[in-house]
Design a protein around this ligand. Structure first.
Ligand SMILES: [Zn+2]
Ligand SMILES: [Zn+2]
Length: 366
């Protein structure tokens, strides 16, 4: 089988420049990569073919030899070519993001946005109802005030890394390839600090505690999240500051259950109150409210106290408080109470054999 022309393999013209060749190779490599074409022999061959073509056309000297003498000029007659890497990621890695999209420095940026921070804050149900001005203390990385974030000792500055000449990358050979890797001397930054700031040790940031006042709005719920822009960690090298997120936890309340803006509670009443009717005081979130129990009230009846629930978050209006009354049978009786109840029992007309009663029995034992 005769070897195909390298330009044909990469589908580029003979005048294609470096960037075009890189792009073309990347396109072919991704298309025919073995990971994407499991067990496809033809794709594997094409993948190797493209890699080989690239190894020659990306090298100025080899390319010019190839242009003049063809395949024999670059000694690539034999098979068994090993592209030298196995993962698709390596192909992306090989070019670097900037390179794929045309030029751009491959030097790793010294500018970095500060991280977002999370702070968990617990409040009571009462505080959730009224809102709260909370003071919170957050530990965070802030720009070093000693060096103004530069990381260098006073009177000194960063120096160009001599290992990579400031490019942040070093070239090395692997198989037919020149691969670019982050320079180990400067961690890809292209610059080194010889004389670091004695406060931040060159990092440009220091741990600090910041006290913030946070306005927690009325009506917040469990899991409500408040975003406070620009109060996260400071950036590096002039990068933007991150944001702070305050996560609200509303503590459980001994008297009230909350569902959205509504609250639920239960109060005990006596047989006499249920039978004769009464006015009782019900604890609300803000104090007490009077509740009228009508005559003949059954246990489990639910009453509604309007606007005694939680406020709408960021809106108008309030939810309601639902009060379930529970009839409590006395466990002990005074002599007089017993006498009166006995009298009541004598004249009581016990006829519960209506449908409702049977239904209730079924509910209890069913
Ligand atoms: Zn370097
Ligand atoms: Zn410093």
């Amino acid at each position: 089988m005769s070897k195909r022309d390298y330009y044909e393999v990469l589908e580029v013209s003979r005048t294609a420049d470096e960037v075009e060749i890189k792009r073309a190779y990347r396109r072919q490599a991704v298309k025919f990569h073995p990971d994407k074409n499991q067990g496809n022999k033809e794709a594997e061959e094409k993948f190797k073919e493209a890699a080989e073509a690239y190894s020659v056309l990306s090298d100025t000297q080899k390319r010019s030899r190839y242009d003049r003498f063809g395949h024999s000029g670059v000694g690539s007659g034999a098979g068994g070519f090993d592209p030298g890497f196995t993962n698709i990621e390596d192909i992306f890695d090989l070019f670097g993001f900037g390179d794929i999209f045309g030029g751009g420095s491959s030097r790793r940026s010294n500018v970095q946005r500060g991280a977002d921070l999370r702070y968990d804050y617990e409040i009571t149900l009462e505080e959730a109802a009224t809102g709260k001005d909370a003071k919170i203390e957050i530990p965070r990385l802030e720009t070093c005030d000693e060096c103004d974030g530069k990381g260098t000792a006073e009177g000194t500055s960063r120096e160009t890394c001599i290992t990579c000449n400031g490019s942040g990358q070093i070239r090395y050979q692997q198989g037919f390839f020149h691969l670019m890797r982050d320079c180990p001397n400067c961690a890809g930054k292209g610059q080194i600090i010889k004389d670091p700031c004695n406060k931040c040790f060159g990092g440009g940031r220091v741990e600090n505690k910041k006290t913030l006042e946070v306005k927690i709005p009325a009506g917040v719920e469990m899991g409500s999240r408040l975003r406070i822009g620009g109060e996260g960690e400071s950036g590096v090298g002039g990068g933007a500051t991150g944001d702070l997120y305050v996560f609200i936890h509303v503590a459980e309340h001994e008297n009230f259950e909350r569902q959205g803006t509504n609250l639920y509670t239960s109060v005990p009443i006596s047989f006499a109150q249920a039978a004769l009717g009464a006015e009782i005081n019900v604890k609300t979130l803000n104090g007490e409210e009077e509740l009228k129990i009508p005559t003949g009230t059954q246990t489990g009846t639910v009453f509604r106290l309007k606007n005694q629930g939680m406020p709408n978050l960021g809106g108008r209006g309030k939810g309601d408080l639902f009060v379930a009354v529970t009839l409590v049978t006395p466990k002990t009786l005074s002599r007089e109470q017993r006498k009166l109840l006995e009298q009541l029992a004598e004249i009581e007309d016990v006829d519960f054999q209506d449908e409702g009663f049977i239904e209730k029995v079924r509910n209890i034992f069913g």
